[in-house]
Write a protein that binds this ligand. Structure first.
Ligand SMILES: [Zn+2]
Length: 245
């Protein structure tokens, strides 16, 4: 049994980062949105998901504290605001500091949704930044494509639609970790699951196929966006519970 939900490093290359944000009642939410940092032995930094704009401020502070800023790469699992709008904040910081721009990646299917983020209006929004700003200049990814963080360290893209048609997961074979965003749904507290079929974009058939893809991977860590890291027998327990929900 294993469920990691505290901010920090959990294997040789990976940190769970709590993107603290404010909800619609203005209350600070901890352990609500996760971003994940991958750092290679030679110091390349790649973030999986940016958080919301308010969340990105908190991620930025944490990255600085652990010596993981600047970022070289940022991969977005899908185009929902709570995982993308932080890009705006990170780009502002890059501009302010006059450093090399971060390479931003997402599924090729996410590009039009990132270009027009207004569809996010149907969701509960970040009270600090209620406007959804469009995100351009994102590098498109296809399923099975590899992203090299260093000569030795690569990540594989897996298409995992269902929650959103543009959803991808990111597989780190070296550490047997997969970053699944919202693909299987949410896990809050010790035993609260929601499979997160929360919009008109939801496709049950795609979701079920995506869960099977995740179940077929050799895994030690399943890293979800809301919130934390499932390990050992909890990986399959969580995926099976998500389907039964
Ligand atoms: Zn989502």
């Amino acid at each position: 049994m294993g469920y990691i939900y505290k901010h920090g490093k959990f294997n040789e290359n990976t940190w769970l980062i709590d993107a603290v944000y404010k909800n619609s009642e203005g209350i600070q939410v901890r352990n609500g949105h996760a971003a994940y940092l991958l750092q290679t032995e030679d110091g390349a930094n790649c973030l999986i998901n940016s958080g919301a704009r308010s969340g990105a401020q908190s991620i930025y502070k944490k990255l600085k504290r652990i010596g993981a800023w600047p970022l070289q790469k940022l991969i977005l699992t899908h185009s929902h605001w709570d995982h993308t709008q932080g890009v705006i904040y990170f780009r502002e910081k890059v501009e302010e500091e006059g450093i090399v721009p971060i390479e931003i990646f997402a599924s090729e299917k996410a590009i039009p949704y990132l270009r027009d983020q207004s569809y996010n209006i149907c969701f509960e929004a970040d009270t600090w930044y209620s406007e959804f700003l469009n995100i351009e200049e994102v590098k498109p990814l296809k399923g099975k494509e590899k992203i090299y963080l260093s000569d030795e360290f690569s990540l594989e893209i897996i298409e995992t639609p269902g929650h959103m048609p543009d959803h991808i997961s990111v597989y780190d074979e070296k550490n047997k970790s997969v970053f699944v965003g919202d693909t299987p749904g949410m896990h809050w507290f010790t035993n609260f699951f929601v499979c997160n079929s929360n919009s008109i974009y939801w496709k049950k058939k795609d979701y079920l196929e995506s869960i099977e893809k995740l179940k077929s991977l050799d895994l030690d860590y399943l890293c979800i966006a809301h919130f934390g890291v499932l390990t050992e027998s909890d990986i399959i327990r969580f995926l099976d519970n998500s389907i039964s929900m």
